[in-house]
Design a protein around this ligand. Structure first.
Ligand code: UD1
Length: 423
């Protein structure tokens, strides 16, 4: 298992290129199951979850260009899918495998997908995905840890998500495009990744209106065709590097990002005293504050503050003057990084879903353990300002969603090294 060795205290300076969004690339890859023709995807990040999805599609017998090392331009052709199943071994490492359920049942009338189960950030059911598919006429059974869905052809229907779900919206959108008649999805997720998926589907011949609003209307079509699509930049990776600049007192320039997807993150960082400016349409310059000040954050669905940025914001709050209240409203157990930050010297108390961070606290390097993808990013950020050396264990979590974070950080002046351990 690899570890990161980080020496804190370096200001970040220079240019970081932001990769394509993992959470947009994954549904786009699943959507390739909807057509027999090749789909070419550009700006694909080279991260572990993408490899897992590529392997899953290859397991289903799709033609996948080098699944072990997916290039940033990637062609997938789901001409003959003889195996409409997402097995437990793959789903357990990446719950987004469930995104294959909708497209498989829509095109082939059958899908068998392992239930993802919980993960370190709490219970993460897919009951709403299943309810919505049933509303579209699928018969589903949940047995032996798998959900099976069948339908001769899905029928359009109106479904109101009782709770906003990002992959739920994406899964049902990719099912509805081949259903007979009109589907109306109410209380849909507004995330940019949903809009990006809709844009790909429209290029493939789907008829979709309203993506990016809470009501999405889909007129089902008989067949979709191949397309070429560039996925959007990763707003969470960009947000993480904005915090990296702010926390180290540096001035890095982020290129290939989409500032409008970062609006609330920028607003919150500005509240902390950080100066962020656009330098052209897709570049952002961070200028750290002389003195960071505390700010409150509550995680919400887009356009609110992303839960995927909560751990990184907490790292920043440890260095800000005053008391920051951070409320996690999306996941039940997403504060595992807090106790590790406390071990580094942070002053954080947790009360239910509220974290109270009092700063600034000098952090000192310590051995810490990453518990999930974004928690690891929070720990890396804390380590960048910690005294001495921090060792972060289980960095495979960070490899799921950040492309070569150690390389990108060292290019802008951080002292971070991947130490490979045998076994
Ligand atoms: C997606 C993102 C993840 C992000 C999350 C919230 C991907 C691949 N992952 O995850 O990075 O943290 O959105 O922005 O895009 N829920 C149910 N039943 C369901 C589905 C969801 O109760 O059937 C609940 C979840 O437990 C959670 C909330 O709804 O409390 C939101 O989850 P959801 O938006 O579905 O997260 P994901 O799509 O899994």
């Amino acid at each position: 298992m690899d570890r990161f060795k980080i020496h804190g205290g370096r200001r970040l300076q220079g240019t970081v290129e932001i990769s394509g969004a993992k959470n947009a690339a994954l549904p786009a890859m699943a959507a390739t199951l909807l057509t027999a023709e090749p789909v070419r995807l550009l700006n694909i990040p080279h991260v572990r979850d993408i490899i897992t999805m590529a392997k899953l599609l290859a397991h289903m017998r799709c033609k996948v260009q080098s699944p072990d090392i997916p290039p940033s331009e990637f062609t997938i052709q789901a001409e003959n899918v003889s195996h409409a199943e997402a097995p437990y071994e793959l789903v357990k490492t990446m719950r987004a495998s469930v995104l294959t359920l909708g497209p498989l049942v829509a095109r082939f009338g059958y899908a068998r997908v392992s239930l993802p189960g919980g993960c370190s950030i709490g219970a993460r059911p897919i009951d709403l995905h299943i309810q919505a598919l049933e509303k579209l006429g699928a018969t589903t059974t949940v047995e032996h840890g798998y959900v099976e869905a069948r339908a001769k052809r899905l029928r359009g229907a109106t479904f109101r998500f009782p709770k906003i779900t990002v992959t739920g919206t994406e899964n049902i959108l990719t099912a509805a495009v081949l259903a007979e008649g009109e589907t109306v999805l109410e209380n849909s997720a507004l995330e940019p990744e949903v809009v990006d998926l809709a844009e790909l589907l429209i290029k493939m011949g789907a008829k979709i209106e309203g993506a990016g609003t809470s009501t999405i209307r889909v007129q089902g079509v008989e067949k979709l065709h191949g397309a070429t699509h560039t996925v959007i930049p990763d707003r969470i990776e960009a947000g993480t590097f904005l915090v990296a600049g702010a926390i180290t007192g540096g001035e890095p320039l982020l290129t290939n990002c989409e500032p409008k997807h970062l609006a609330i993150i920028i607003t919150k960082l500005e509240e902390c005293g950080v100066d962020i400016r656009c330098e052209g349409p897709s570049a952002l310059r961070v200028r750290a504050a002389k003195k960071l000040v505390a700010a409150d954050v509550s995680t919400e669905e887009y356009p609110g503050f992303a839960t995927d940025m909560q751990a990184q914001f907490m790292a920043l709050a440890t260095q800000a003057q005053g008391v920051s209240h951070i409320r996690e409203t999306i996941f039940e157990n997403r504060y595992l990084h807090a106790s590790e930050m406390v071990r580094m010297g942070a002053n954080i108390t947790i009360d239910g879903n509220l974290a109270i961070v009092t700063g600034p606290s000098p952090l000192s390097g310590a051995p810490v353990t990453a518990s999930d993808l974004r928690a690891s990013a929070g720990l890396v950020l804390a380590a960048l300002v910690a005294d001495n050396t921090t060792w972060i264990d289980r960095v495979y979590h960070i490899d799921r969603g950040y492309e070569q974070i150690e390389l990108k950080l060292s290019q802008v002046g951080a002292s971070i090294e991947r130490v490979r351990q045998a076994g």
